[in-house]
Structure formats: C-alpha cells, structure tokens
Design a protein around this ligand. Structure first.
Ligand code: AMP
Length: 282
C-alpha cells in the first residue's frame, strides 16, 4: 500500500492504471475510519483491480462554527486499517493543494435535493461535497465509487451530480453499519460523553419504533412524526434539527408512508450533531 499526497502524481498513476486496462474502485472519506468506512472498502476491494481510499477533511463542506478544526484525525491508525482492507493507494492531499490560492470553481446541484433537510440546516454543505467529490473523481478517475446510505441525502445528491454531468462513474450505495446497540457508526461519535452516548440511542430507537408503527398500519406521516418528536424530546440532551418522512428518490416530504418512504433525522446530542435514517417499510 502506498500513500500519495500530490494531485498530479495521483492522477498520472490512475491514468496509467486505466491505460493498462485495470479498473479503479474508490472510497472517498474524511478519515478517522470505522467499520462503516471499512464496509465500503471491503466492497470496493471486490469491485476494482485498484482500490483507492481518499482521506481529506474537506473545509468547503463545513459551515461557520462547525467542527472543521476539531474533526477527529488519526492518519496512522487509518493507514493500518486501510492496509488490512487491501487498499492499494491512499490519496491524502492537503487543503492548500485541493483549494489553492485563487480557487474559484464550485459544482452545485440545484433544487430541493440540496435545499431540504441537511441543506436547510447547512446551506453551503452540499456545494462543498459535490465540489470535492467532482474534483476527487477527476483525480482518481474511478470506474466505481462507493458511498454509505448513512448519509442518505448526500448519496442522492452525488447520484444526481454524476447523472447530470455524465460522469463515467458507477455510484454504489452501501447499508448503514451500526454499533451493536444500534447507534449508526460515525467519526463524530467520539465526541459523545457517557450520558450523551446513552441518550443518542434515542435516534435509532425512534427510527425503529416509527418503522414498527408503519408496519402496524399507521401510515399517516403526521402521526408517526408527532410520536417521533415525543420520543426524542424525552431525552434531556437532545435537540431536534429535523425529523421528516420523505420519498426516497426525490427526498420530498410525503403525507402517507409507502414502500418508498424514508425517515430521516438530524439531532444534536449535547454539542454533537448526529444524523440517521431508515426505510420505513423496508
Ligand atoms: P465520512 O468520512 O463521514 O465523510 O464518510 C465517508 C463515507 O463513509 C461516506 O460515503 C459515508 O456515507 C460512509 N459512512 C459513514 N458512516 C457510515 C456508516 N455507519 N455506515 C455506512 N457507511 C458509512
């Protein structure tokens, strides 16, 4: 396994791999790897001759006052885990080379897909995500790129960008990996103290109880959402950013749950903002 930080060197390496007729599978991350990331790497290992992992804490997807500076980092540990997953190349650029002085170009998906949910709470977030993913695609030149459904809206936005810009990359969505007690794995979980960690279980608990309501025939979104608010508000350190039931493709809110409905939530647990989702009748 090799680590490359230089953009030109990475691009040349990937061009050569393609010219030799080999396929490239790519997993973009912000590092501080956990089992969720590793599941993408394991699947990527099966799908490409060359498996590339990028580690880049992308400043443009963080808003003012968000956790860019304190975002957890541990490159040595990431390297070890990546090696165990059979990663061939880690792309590990710095912010100055991705966004050099005078940088002015952004890729953004317009419309409800990026202005609702996360986009409503974090107005510049998706522009940062699509810009960096487009740039990474141009550097790594992957045949296939893998993303987690943990970031459900992000996956939808990246699919939209890839289709709209005719990018020759297959986008693969992967299931959410959870801790044994159900909390969705996230690099940000390390911020939680013991009490918050306990209360954070209300997120997955709410999704599971909502899915149970739907399975029991309660299909009016309003009813499920009103219960969801009660369950989440029962915990002292939780404050809800949003809880919504949406169509899984368009992410527009729906009045009645059907087999294509997803419940998405974003909740602050103390100072830590967590997101999770679940297909209700999946
Ligand atoms: P991040 O490092 O948080 O930007 O995440 C990098 C990739 O890993 C994204 O495609 C995420 O959706 C995915 N990911 C993060 N957490 C999980 C999880 N718990 N299960 C599955 N995929 C995940």
């Amino acid at each position: 396994m090799e680590t490359i930080s230089n953009i030109k060197e990475m691009q040349t390496r990937c061009l050569n791999v393609r010219a030799a007729g080999q396929t490239i599978a790519f997993v973009p991350t912000m590092g501080f790897l956990h089992e969720g990331h590793l599941s993408l790497l394991h699947e990527g290992r099966k799908r490409g001759d060359l498996l590339v992992l990028s580690i880049f804490v992308n400043p443009t997807q963080f808003g003012q006052g968000e956790d860019l500076d304190s975002y957890p980092r541990d490159f040595e540990r990431d390297e070890r885990l990546a090696r165990e997953c059979g990663v061939d190349l880690i792309f590990y650029p710095d912010a100055e080379s991705i966004y050099p002085h005078g940088y002015e170009s952004y890729v953004s998906v317009e419309g409800p897909l990026t202005t609702s949910l996360e986009g409503a709470c974090r107005p510049t977030h998706f522009r940062g995500v699509t810009t960096v993913v487009a740039k990474l695609f141009n550097i790594v030149l992957p045949h296939v790129a893998l993303f987690g459904r943990k970031d459900f809206q992000q996956l939808a936005v990246i699919r939209r960008m890839t289709a709209d810009l005719n990018l020759p990359v297959e986008i693969v969505g992967m299931p959410i990996v959870r801790e044994t007690d159900g909390l969705a794995m996230s690099s940000r979980n390390v911020y939680l103290n013991n009490g918050e960690r306990e209360e954070s279980l209300a997120l997955v608990g709410t999704l599971r109880r909502a899915a149970e309501m739907a399975r029991d025939g309660v299909l009016a979104s309003e009813k499920i959402l009103s219960s969801a608010h009660q369950w989440l508000n029962a915990e002292d350190s939780l404050s809800i950013d949003y809880v919504k039931i949406c169509n899984a493709q368009t992410l527009e809110e729906v009045d009645m749950v059907d087999h294509d409905s997803v419940m998405l939530l974003a909740v602050k647990v103390g100072k830590t903002r967590l997101i999770d989702n679940c297909i209700l009748l999946g």
